[in-house]
Design a protein around this ligand. Structure first.
Ligand SMILES: O=P(O)(O)OC[C@H]1O[C@H](O[C@H]2O[C@H](CO)[C@@H](O)[C@H](O)[C@H]2O)[C@H](O)[C@@H](O)[C@@H]1O
Length: 540
């Protein structure tokens, strides 16, 4: 930023910018700066300019796209073909809509000095960055910095308090790294020429206030996330990763590209049937809390309901009067009560514990009634992401709304989920809700509702009934289950609360977790449960 600022205020840059302003007087200047390679989407960008002028007669003679290209890094046949294609589209558009002294597309092949590029950024009203695939791409950041108020430049360009400030508008491809950080940009799919033409028209016709708000938003982000910010956060991550590393154990998890090394607490270990059985057999008041999806039912299962084996093992556990067994799930109460209708003594905590029922014939207890007006804000936003993410859908529960992307393209689905998560957090900042990410879902649910609270409430209720638990088994696989593990860890570290003698908090799958134990998969979970359900009963 500092370097850009100093180059832009130098006399020669100011001269270039003034000269460009004069050259494009009365025109609306859009700029693009790309390497000359296949991924930058230059032919698509040129076609979009053609369509823009096709659809909007009033913009003919006014709009100019200056496309600067850095020299190609290689000289393969593909680069030549790209160049031929881009030249031919530019020629066609220019001959159709150009006139003496006016070319809608100015195709400048580099090398072009940094100073000259900055001068173009400084005078262009819009920057079009539309690769079909790219890494980070810093062009929008540089453009924003060059459009920020700068006394020397503003003076040279004749911008004063009586004229609108030099704002910036960015059209950005959804397929590039910087896209999620540019929340004020107009996002496009560069393969969709019409969408790009419409975006160009929108960018040009935005009101000055709107342009200003978008520019300010970007500038604030760029100036606070500078090189030292990135360096500091990398440093913090390294410090965090190294903290206590002598006391941690390192595991390689995942395969191929998904393979990574993760650090786990040294006492994190696999839960064995022997350990569990011996604790189970000597205890008198047991609490068993089980997540459903990913714990009792594989995520890949087509039939999402519980298998006969699951129902049978749960019934067996419930039939022991020393046991209280709960399914603690994010799913809705209607589905869970239908699926477990044959498990009369099974407790169900649905929608992350907003609804709790101790047995099939006891009433549903609910958390305090909540205002759900925020759903009206959430639904249209999720709808937007559903329309642009093939395979995704919305689930509207009684107290929560969920965006599902299990059937979408995995990479794109994940990208969209991250963006949706941030989008919702911003919009809902003042609402009594939390936005959570789970297994292929982004969920908005009321604040103060979590599986961790279920653990606290069920244990306190058992205590009130004089059934102080002496054995606690809690198994789950997902982020929402970490709330249960956290609550268990917190209460067992609290000296005021009575101690539960045997605690087994267990995650499914080897991964960093607040749980002390792990098992590999659902087969292990069912095996452990079957093991304790069939364990010989010790007579007191
Ligand atoms: O707390 P859980 O029992 O783990 O339930 C969490 C969510 O389960 C459901 O979503 C899951 O199943 C979907 C298919 O039926 C799948 O698309 C998604 O990826 C899974 O997370 C349920 O639909 C959600 O409401 C629950 O929050």
């Amino acid at each position: 930023m500092g370097q850009l600022g100093s180059v832009i205020s130098q006399e020669s840059t100011l001269r270039m910018a003034t000269e460009l302003k004069e050259r494009y007087k009365g025109r609306i200047l859009m700029v693009g700066v790309d390497d000359l390679d296949l991924f930058k989407g230059i032919p698509q960008k040129f076609s979009a300019v053609g369509e823009l002028l096709d659809r909007n007669k009033e913009l003919r003679g006014k709009v100019v796209l200056v496309q600067i290209t850095n020299p190609a890094r290689s000289l393969g046949r593909d680069v030549q073909q790209l160049l031929d294609e881009a030249n031919s589209i530019a020629k066609e558009v220019n001959s159709k809509y150009g006139e003496p002294g006016y070319e809608p597309i100015v195709f400048m092949k580099g090398p072009i000095t940094t100073r000259e590029k900055l001068a173009y950024y400084a005078v262009a009203e819009c920057c079009v960055v539309t690769p079909v695939r790219d890494g980070m791409n810093l062009v929008p950041y540089k453009y924003t910095a060059c459009r920020q108020a700068c006394p020397a430049l503003d003076k040279a360009l004749g911008v004063d308090e009586n004229s609108p400030p030099r704002n910036s508008v960015i059209i950005v491809s959804e397929f590039i790294g910087c896209s999620p950080s540019l929340s004020g940009a107009i996002r496009v799919n560069p393969w969709d020429i019409t969408e790009m033409a419409i975006a160009m028209c929108e960018a040009i016709t935005l009101s000055d206030t709107e342009k200003h708000l978008r520019h300010e938003k970007h500038y604030k982000y760029i100036s606070s996330h500078d090189v030292s910010y990135w360096a500091r956060s990398c440093d913090q991550d390294l410090v965090k990763a190294c903290r206590d590393h002598y006391h941690k154990r390192y595991w390689r998890v995942g395969l191929g590209f998904a393979s990574r090394l993760v650090a786990m607490e040294s006492n994190f270990r696999k839960l064995s049937g022997d350990t569990l059985n011996s604790a189970y057999s000597i205890t008198q008041s047991r609490l068993i809390l089980l997540d459903y999806d990913g714990t009792m039912m594989p995520p890949t299962s087509v039939n999402k309901g519980p298998s006969h084996e699951v129902v049978s093992v749960l019934n067996r556990l419930c039939s022991d009067p020393k046991n209280i067994v709960f399914i603690v799930s994010g799913r809705d109460r209607g589905t869970l009560s239908k699926w477990f209708s044959s498990c009369e003594k099974l407790g169900i905590a649905a929608e992350h514990g907003y609804f709790i029922r101790w047995t099939s014939d006891s009433p549903w207890e609910t958390s305090r009634s909540m205002d759900l007006c925020w759903k009206e804000v959430v639904e249209p936003i999720m709808q937007l992401y559903t329309e642009t993410t093939d395979g995704s859908c919305i689930e509207n529960k009684e107290t929560a709304v969920v965006w599902h992307y299990q059937d979408a393209d995995p990479d794109f689905g994940l990208c969209q989920a991250k963006e949706l998560h941030d989008h919702l957090e911003n919009v809902l900042a003042n609402e009594p809700v939390v936005v959570k990410t789970g297994e292929h879902i982004v969920e908005v649910k009321p604040q103060g509702v979590s599986k961790g609270i279920v653990v606290e409430n069920v244990i306190s209720s058992m205590r009130r009934k004089g059934k102080e638990p002496d054995f606690l088994l809690c198994i789950g696989d997902d982020r929402s289950d970490e709330d249960m593990f956290e609550s268990i860890a917190r209460s067992s570290a609290n000296p005021i609360l009575p101690t539960i003698a045997e605690i087994f908090a267990c995650t499914v799958g080897l991964k960093p977790s607040m749980a002390k134990y792990y098992v590999d998969d659902i087969v292990d979970v069912i095996g452990l449960l079957r093991g304790v359900a069939e364990a010989p009963v010790q007579l007191n």
